[in-house]
Design a protein around this ligand. Sequence first.
Ligand SMILES: [Zn+2]
Length: 320
Amino acid sequence: METTSCRCMCVVVCLFVAVLSVQAGSGSSWGYLDNEEGPNNWTAIYDECGGLQQSPIDIVTASVVAKDLGDFTLVGFGADDVPAGAVMTVSNNGHGVVVSMQGDYQVSGADLGPTAYKAVQFHFHWGSVNSRGSEHTVDGKAYAGELHIVCFNTKYADFNEALQNDDGLTVLGFFLDVQAEDNAALAPLFDAISMIQFENDEVPLSPTVVFKNIFPSDLSPFYRYSGSLTTPPCFEIVTWNVFSKPIMVSEAQLMTFRRQFANERNASANITLTDTFRPVQAVDSRTIFLNTASSASGLVASSSLVAMVIIKMLASVLDD
Ligand SMILES: [Zn+2]
């Protein structure tokens, strides 16, 4: 209850700050630059950013705990089940590139609990160079970027109600890694992003992204832990899924991100929007799980079966 009232307070304060910023014409109250609005100072306005279950984190592979979490069930993510009335809109919100989603995109299974989560938007984090840009890191290694698909728990009426609850959100996180060729399945998206360089710019995305065309073919290796929103107000309500296999994009496609600005179209000076990632936070006492692929356990079962057959054959040969 205390957390909830705290969050309500924070929402009120955030709204108040947002109103002040708009009045002062000073843009946003937080950002990624190393200044008074930067990640190290988010706690000045947003208490929860100083909590003990913050995201992102560095995933130390030697410390992860293997666990069979099962497979994801994804509805609306394939070419053959695009939701009726699916609409995506790409915008620059002054902090990054966000694609809002309308349509019944659902994520369940994978030990997420009895109710499905509904995907409502995805967005990106990126760096000014290929060696940084992702929010999560693995054994200290950063990728060139990270895609987050944000889903709210349908046990709550809507996204805003979900924000008030510890099991409110799950995020599917994918690293972006660099290859020579463009990722053709993402070409329409990057074309759209090149048209929304300034804060509050937005364009419809057509065709919409078919996620299964961009996801790595094997979704079973993923890390799972309890964390937070990686932007203010940093609520600790996110069940994180960070997939170990990256999505590949070209450097030219990454440049589309690096040409974004944090200011509106007609501002007197342009502020480049890059290195849009929060530094990793302390893991503290949390456990990071690695899903043990069900296909891998299938393999174990079949190799034991083969071994048993061989032993029986040997036994019968010896009997003879
Ligand atoms: Zn994010």
